[in-house]
Write a new protein. Structure first.
Length: 468
């Protein structure tokens, strides 16, 4: 048996290829599918089967294009009501791939149509050796139950409990667990960094599998869920019908600096997306632009902050950055653009247009000013997620997760300076850009974020937020 995991760090997304005796199956493919065609060619395999464990909400899948390019069949849960040609899956359905058998486990809960795939290498054993768990079971977590238009979170949480205990935990402890997402994905809450596990390990260590009763499981799984980005439900609908091929996307228009300036003058909320590293953005950027650097979970944050219908203008240093940004944005369904700034910020400056800088401060300097009382009129804004805040934060900080910014910016006095921090500086630079675009002109990014504060052994507190 050939088995390979393809991990896309930008989306914390894992897809898989299983092959035997000249044929292969791809499970949960990302939108750009050339990697699977290349791997299949290298292994002398023909892709004959494409499985979707569910209608993905956090990215646009490449199942339709991959099927068109290979002639493979697409398989998806019967309750997906998929609008493309497919084989509907139900419990116990099996597909043979050479000496490998894939058996479907219907596991509703994350979504109504969710399935898992038990893999048996019949040349070695009659028992399954691995299970592809989609978004049903993660490493250290389980799928969130609030991504359906047809079921309440409570209904899905109950179904998820049944699926976990009746289907997945019925597998032998030695069976390897391979999920569709890893740490950083918004499809769960507490995923560990490992990219595989075993049923036995998860049985002992996964918090959600330790919950004693179905009722308590439902209560815990539906309490304090992370903010659901608006584009999640839209991506699921794109996947229900099947996305167009990437080759069908229109060319990206090149805009001169004056063109971009005019667009900004006509629309103050225009999404001008600067994809350069945060340090470069802070040193000088187009006023009104926001920074989401390519180095982090770029596509997820872009989709969550801007939405998939935002038609942004892209700014980068090189054509390669622009092309990479475009590909990664297409993976979450952002396909339409007003264009990109030809020549980048250098061209903007050459045209004699103003450049805005974002001040940065070290954690040591921030602490000194706080202790001296020299910045009594300073606001400190922590934009991390709730669990991060609860584990430890600066006593003087106020908390407002970046995920919630699209629903309204924090109420901060524009006359006061505000020092913004996250874990490492990536999210805080996004927040700084959003605040500046809204009119704040005394925004300061805390370099290194709370990691730097913690590493410097500066004062911090840990406490529970009041439950709403």
């Amino acid at each position: 048996m050939y088995f390979e995991q393809f991990y896309l760090t930008c989306l914390a997304h894992a897809s898989y290829m299983i092959g035997s005796e000249g044929e292969a199956a791809v499970v949960d493919p990302q939108r750009d599918v050339d990697i699977y065609l290349k791997a299949a060619a290298e292994q002398n395999l023909q892709i004959r089967h494409i499985f979707e464990t569910h209608l993905h909400a956090d990215f646009v899948s490449g199942h339709k294009e991959l099927a068109a390019r290979t002639g493979a069949k697409i398989y998806i849960g019967a309750h997906a009501n998929a609008e493309f040609p497919h084989v509907p899956l139900s419990d116990g359905f099996e597909v043979k791939i050479g000496a490998v058998r894939l058996r479907v486990l219907e596991t509703p809960g994350h979504t109504p149509e969710s399935v898992c795939l038990a893999i048996t290498d019949e040349g070695k054993s009659a028992e399954p050796c691995a299970v592809l768990t989609g978004d049903t079971l993660f490493i250290g977590d389980v799928g969130r139950p609030d991504l359906s238009r047809t079921h309440t979170p409570q209904e899905l949480a109950g179904l998820l409990y049944d699926s976990l205990h009746q289907k997945l935990l019925a597998l032998p402890d030695a069976v390897m667990v391979y999920p569709a997402h890893g740490a950083g994905s918004l499809c769960g809450r507490a995923m560990r960094a490992e990219r595989s596990s075993t049923i036995g390990t998860e049985r002992l260590t996964n918090y959600a599998l330790q919950i004693a009763s179905r009722e308590e499981f439902m209560a815990q799984l539906t309490a304090n869920l992370p903010t659901r980005p608006e584009y999640f439900l839209e991506d699921a609908e794109i996947n229900r019908s099947g996305a167009s091929a990437l080759t069908e996307l229109a060319p990206l228009p090149a805009l001169c600096a004056v063109d971009v300036q005019r667009l900004l003058q006509r629309n103050a909320d225009l999404n001008v997306l600067d994809v350069r590293p945060g340090e470069e953005y802070a040193a000088g950027h187009v006023p009104g632009s926001i920074n989401i650097a390519l180095s982090g979970q770029f596509a997820s944050w872009a989709g969550g902050i801007m939405g998939i219908h935002s038609k942004p203008v892209l700014i980068g240093d090189t054509d390669a950055q622009i092309e990479e940004a475009r590909m990664r944005l297409a993976r979450v369904g952002i396909e339409e653009f007003r264009g990109y700034l030809a020549g980048g910020v250098a061209a903007w400056q050459k045209a004699g247009l103003p450049v805005l800088k974002t001040e940065q401060i070290s954690v040591q300097e921030l602490n000194r000013k706080l202790r001296e009382g020299s910045w009594r009129a300073l606001d400190i804004l922590d934009v991390r997620r709730e669990g991060e805040w609860q584990a430890g934060h600066i006593a003087e900080a106020q908390w407002r997760a970046l995920d919630t910014f699209p629903y309204g910016l924090p109420a901060i006095d524009m006359a006061r300076p505000v020092a913004v921090h996250c874990k490492s500086g990536y999210r805080s630079m996004i927040a700084c850009g959003l605040l500046e675009r809204a009119g704040h002109r005394n925004v300061i990014n805390v370099a290194g974020g709370f990691d730097a504060w913690h590493d410097a052994k500066l004062p911090e507190v840990a406490e529970q937020l009041a439950q709403s």
